[in-house]
Design a protein around this ligand. Structure first.
Ligand code: MN
Length: 349
């Protein structure tokens, strides 16, 4: 038998720590040649250095220990394939994370004062609402017009009227949209108070010249497609969302929960009911989607993303999403609005 090395000497030669060597032993990655039965000390053969260095280098690559175990047992050609496959996966994941990081950074920049942004832009949009295949009436509203993209999902005996009131309130606003949208929705909420036990969700984009704001209350949603990535911009004001945030439900359990439609906030006529209003950075090429839960509850986000990426224009995206919601059974009313941010020429005056 060759001269055995103590764990300390072996660790120095392999450029590893004794602690790492003990871990590799426990995981079966690198067993010592001999363990002293009395002291428990580990001893290694010099020939084991090659394996130790390989493990160290794969660790440096960030490869998980379980995967290293498999690479170490493979014949050279298969091991080469496995390392290449691992790295391709890392690059793919990094690319996704890079895009997400850029989106999030842009999102923070969007919270800068709007005076920073001097580009004149608009949203070119389309919208549609559909009763679905199960409900006798349609209480959803969708709108795309000058300065406004909106969806509302009404409930209660005058739910449709509540939704319409909320959307109408946002048409033709004057003044800075962040302030005027909030004021208009407070007025709409007072109007809804006269409709009995009725209320509505509202998710809307309001813009004027150089400012874009998102108004949101309830469980309708806003999504942004930028650079091929889909980002959800809103948080559902719903009972199940609260339970998920508290760690009491998983996302999957929430999606199937019998009380998933129970809202914690809506424009319901009660004093103090209001929408969250936040400024956004408008960037040409961005595509926004607003939709009621008749879409988001039946279509996976991957499917929504696919449609938004593929659709030639907002109108095509809206038609496709309504059709897919119906094909998925159309259990609820559907409201969809899609808008593309486009640069507008500055007026001469
Ligand atoms: Mn609904």
């Amino acid at each position: 038998m060759a001269e055995l090395l103590t764990i300390g000497a072996f660790a120095r030669l392999a450029e590893l720590t004794p602690k790492a060597l003990r871990l590799y032993d426990e995981l079966g990655l690198l067993r010592p040649a001999h363990v002293d039965p009395a002291s428990g000390y580990r001893y290694y053969e010099p020939v084991q250095l090659e394996r130790a260095r390989l493990v160290a280098r794969l660790r440096l690559l960030g490869m998980p220990l379980a995967r290293i175990t498999s690479v170490c047992t493979l014949p050279p050609a298969a091991a080469a394939d496995e390392v290449a496959a691992y790295w391709a996966q890392v690059e793919h994941d990094t690319e996704s994370r890079r895009r997400l990081a850029r989106l999030l950074a842009d999102d923070f920049k969007g919270k800068e004062p709007a005076t920073m942004n001097t580009t004149v832009f608009g949203l070119s949009g389309a919208a549609a609402s559909d009763s679905g295949l199960v409900r006798a009436t349609n209480q959803d509203t969708a709108y795309a017009g000058p300065g406004l993209l909106a969806v509302a999902d009404g409930y209660g005996p005058a739910g449709a009227r509540a939704g319409t009131l909320a959307v109408e309130a946002l048409k033709g606003l004057t003044g800075p949209p962040e302030r005027s949208a909030g004021v208009a929705l407070e007025a709409a909420n007072r109007g809804i108070a006269g409709l009995g036990e009725s209320g509505t969700t509202l998710t809307a984009l309001v813009w004027s010249g150089t400012e874009l704001v998102l108004a949101h209350v309830g469980d309708s949603r806003a999504y942004l497609l930028r650079g091929g990535e889909l980002l959800r911009l809103t948080t559902d004001h719903s009972h199940v969302r609260t339970l998920v945030d508290e760690g009491r439900l998983t996302e999957e359990e929430a999606a199937a929960h019998p009380q998933r439609a129970l809202l914690t906030r809506a424009l319901d006529g009660r004093e103090g009911s209001s929408a969250d209003v936040s400024a956004r950075q408008a960037r040409p090429g961005d595509r926004y989607l607003l939709c009621s839960d008749g879409v988001s509850a039946v279509l996976p986000e991957a499917e929504i993303r696919r449609v938004l990426v593929a659709a030639e224009d907002p109108d095509a995206a809206v038609r496709e999403l309504v059709a897919l919601a119906r094909r998925a059974g159309g259990p609820d009313n559907v409201a969809v609005a899609v808008g593309d941010v486009v640069q507008r020429p500055r007026k001469a005056d």
